[in-house]
Write a protein that binds this ligand. Structure first.
Ligand code: SAM
Length: 244
């Protein structure tokens, strides 16, 4: 693409991604806590605070690549009783864990749908908000996913994306590299028996467009007032845009 990030072997890529998450689904939540030393909870809280879903009005939300439901449950906890969240993920094993976690607690307010971020099974202008957390990096055609996000949002709808990025704090990058290449695959192997999947995840962070390039892609998809901010020394970024 003209954004110059890696687009080779797109079909192969989705197959690899599906294998990774099938392999780790049952240990996914535990691994998140271990790998991020619990920080992923704060990053996700920050995304949902930025979203500020209404507490009294009806609100329809779509969480793409929603996996085991972490973002969806936070949105429902934050929003009022008239909120509804659809969790969409391509992987049935991740969704199964999410459904089980949702249990009785959220009832019909949480819905789990198998589907692809690149071609969402929803009508135009169906949602007030769209989130994707640590998911877009795994999607082979990022522009297609962004175009779909824009399509399914209502006018006035909010787009938020949480994603890893490379740290921008001097000195921190070396610690980050050592952690990514040594600690993460070993931890992955110890907990899930699968070092390769975690090696893949580390590499996918390096291949993802830089924050500035990604912001341009969000803008190109039609979003306005596009901004992004770094968290935890730049290892994670929150991107925001509006459909207006
Ligand atoms: N959002 C959750 C969280 O923050 O804990 C899960 C993130 S997990 C790192 C990435 C998720 O993206 C996986 O559940 C995977 O199945 C999903 N995924 C990968 N490719 C996808 C696609 N093309 N469409 C929808 N979901 C996809």
């Amino acid at each position: 693409t003209h954004f110059g990030y890696e687009t080779v072997a797109l079909g192969e890529k989705q197959g690899r991604v599906d294998e990774v998450f099938r392999s780790v689904a049952s240990r996914y939540d535990l691994m998140n806590d271990l790998m991020s030393v619990g920080l992923h909870r704060a990053w996700k809280d920050a995304m949902v605070s930025a979203l500020r879903p209404p507490r009294t009005r009806p609100y329809r939300h779509l969480d793409v690549a929603g996996g085991t439901g972490d973002i969806a449950f936070r949105v429902l906890d934050e929003a009022g009783p008239a909120a509804h969240v659809t969790v969409l993920d391509i992987n049935p094993d991740m969704l199964a864990v999410g459904r089980e976690r949702a249990g009785e607690r959220y009832g019909p307010r949480a819905e789990f749908v198998e589907g692809n971020a690149e071609s969402l099974p929803f009508e135009d202008r169906s949602f007030d908000g769209y989130t994707i957390a640590f998911g877009i990096r795994n999607v082979p055609r990022i522009e297609a996913a962004l175009a779909e996000a824009h399509r399914v949002l209502k006018t006035g709808g909010r787009f938020l994306c949480l994603e890893f990025s490379m740290p921008d704090m001097p000195g921190f990058d070396r610690i980050y590299d050592a952690y990514s290449f040594n600690v993460i695959p070993r931890l992955g192997k110890a907990v899930t028996g699968d070092a390769e999947s975690y090696r893949y995840l580390v590499e996918s962070i390096r291949r993802f467009p830089t924050p500035g390039v990604f912001a341009d892609m969000i803008e190109e998809a039609g979003f306005r007032r596009v901004t992004h901010r770094a968290m935890t020394g730049g290892i994670v970024r929150l991107h925001s845009g509006w459909k207006i």
